[in-house]
Design a protein around this ligand. Structure first.
Ligand code: GLV
Length: 327
C-alpha cells in the first residue's frame, strides 16, 4: 500500500507532523505566513488522502466536490462551523476534531476577561501608556466586584463547565445556565440551575457565551437580547464572534444597556483597529486565543494527527464529530 498523503493547512506544532511521519504518512505543509484562500485550499488539497485543517479553512460543498481524493478531514479546533458536516457525512467522510484539549485554556480566557473587564485593566494599561497616571482619585476608574455575583452560562458544555468551576471556586458565584437540553450532571456538580433564556438574561451579572455557532445561535445576542440584560451586566464571548451582533453590542454599551464586555472572538475577525470597542473603558478584547497555551496546542496537534493515523489504520477515530459514517 502506498503512503497516504496528508496536507497540513498551516504551521501546526511539530507534534502533528512528527507523529504522522513516524507512522509512515507523507506530509505536505503550507508554510507561508498567511492562510490559503479557499481556492488555494481546494487546489492544494487535490491528490491528498486527508487534510489537517483549522477554523478559518472553508471546507464546504465545493471543497468536497473538487477534492475527491480526500477521505478524511481532521480539524485542529473544537468548533467546526467552517466545515459542511452534513455533506461530509453524506459522502461518508469522517471529520475529526480536538475537544477537551481546549476546555481549560478557553475557560481561563473567559475568567480572565471577566476580571480584566470588571476592573478596566486593558483601558487602564493604555492610559499609563498615554501618560495619564496622575494622582489617587478615590472616585475614578471604579470597577465591579465579582464575588457572590450570578454567572449565566449560555451553552453549558465542556468549556462552560470549566468556566463555571473557576467562577464558583474563586468568587462563590451562583451558576445559572441555558442550553438546548439540561445537564443534570453539571447541575449536581456545580449546583447550577437551568433557566429559560429570558431569565438567564435578566438575572445574570455576567453572561458568558460557550455555545457552538449554528443557524440558531448566529447573531442571537442582538439589540433586543442586550436590552433584556442588567445595566450592570458584563457580556463575555469566547465562543464565536458571529454569535453576537457587534453593531448592536457597541450600541448597547454606548447606551449603558449593559456595563461591559470581554471578547476573545469578534464579528468579524480580525477586528479592525478603528473599532470603537477598542477605545471603551469597560471593554477587553483579545484576538481569538482561547486555546493558546503550549500544552493545549501540542495536545490538539496530537489529537488531530492521531485521528488521521487511526482512521487509515482502520481503527476507531478517537475524537470524531460524525461517528455515524464509520458504523
Ligand atoms: C477555537 O476557537 C476552537 O474552536 O478550538
Amino acid at each position: 500500500m502506498s503512503a497516504k498523503k496528508i496536507l497540513l493547512t498551516r504551521i501546526y506544532p511539530k507534534v502533528a507532523s512528527d507523529l504522522l511521519e513516524e507512522n509512515g504518512f507523507l506530509v505536505t505543509k503550507w508554510d507561508k505566513e498567511r492562510p490559503m484562500t479557499s481556492k488555494e485550499l481546494i487546489e492544494n488539497s487535490k491528490g491528498h488522502d486527508a487534510i489537517l485543517c483549522t477554523l478559518t479553512d472553508t471546507i464546504k460543498e465545493q471543497f468536497f466536490k473538487e477534492c475527491t481524493t480526500v477521505k478524511m478531514v481532521s480539524q485542529f479546533a473544537v468548533g467546526y462551523d467552517n466545515i459542511a458536516i452534513s455533506e461530509a457525512t453524506r459522502l461518508g467522510i469522517p471529520v475529526g476534531y480536538t475537544p477537551d484539549a481546549v476546555s481549560e485554556p478557553t475557560a481561563d480566557i473567559a475568567f480572565g476577561l471577566m476580571i480584566a473587564t470588571a476592573r478596566k485593566m486593558f483601558y487602564l494599561h493604555k492610559s499609563i501608556l498615554k501618560g495619564e497616571w496622575g494622582y489617587f482619585k478615590p472616585n475614578s476608574d471604579l470597577g465591579l466586584t465579582l464575588k457572590n455575583k450570578t454567572l449565566g452560562i449560555f451553552g453549558l458544555g465542556r468549556i462552560g463547565i470549566e468556566t463555571a468551576k473557576l467562577c464558583k471556586g474563586a468568587y462563590n458565584m451562583d451558576i445559572i445556565y441555558h442550553n438546548r437540553s439540561r445537564n443534570k450532571q453539571a447541575e449536581a456538580e456545580l449546583g447550577a440551575t437551568y433557566v429559560d433564556f429570558n431569565t438567564l438574561l435578566s438575572q445574570s451579572d455576567i453572561v458568558s457565551v460557550h455555545c457552538a455557532l449554528t443557524p440558531e445561535t448566529k447573531e442571537l445576542f442582538n439589540k433586543e437580547v442586550f436590552s433584556k440584560m442588567k445595566s450592570t451586566a458584563i457580556f463575555i464571548n469566547t465562543a464565536r464572534g458571529l454569535v453576537h451582533n457587534e453593531t448592536d453590542l457597541i450600541e448597547a454599551l454606548q447606551k449603558g444597556e449593559i456595563w461591559g464586555a470581554g471578547l476573545d472572538v469578534t464579528n468579524p475577525e480580525p477586528m479592525q483597529t478603528e473599532n470603537p470597542l477598542l477605545q471603551m473603558e469597560n471593554v477587553t478584547v483579545l484576538p481569538h486565543v482561547g486555546s493558546g497555551t503550549i500544552d493545549a496546542r501540542d495536545e490538539m496537534s496530537r489529537m488531530s494527527a492521531t485521528n488521521i493515523i487511526e482512521f487509515f489504520k482502520n481503527r476507531a477515530v478517537p475524537y470524531i464529530v460524525n461517528p455515524e459514517v464509520l458504523q
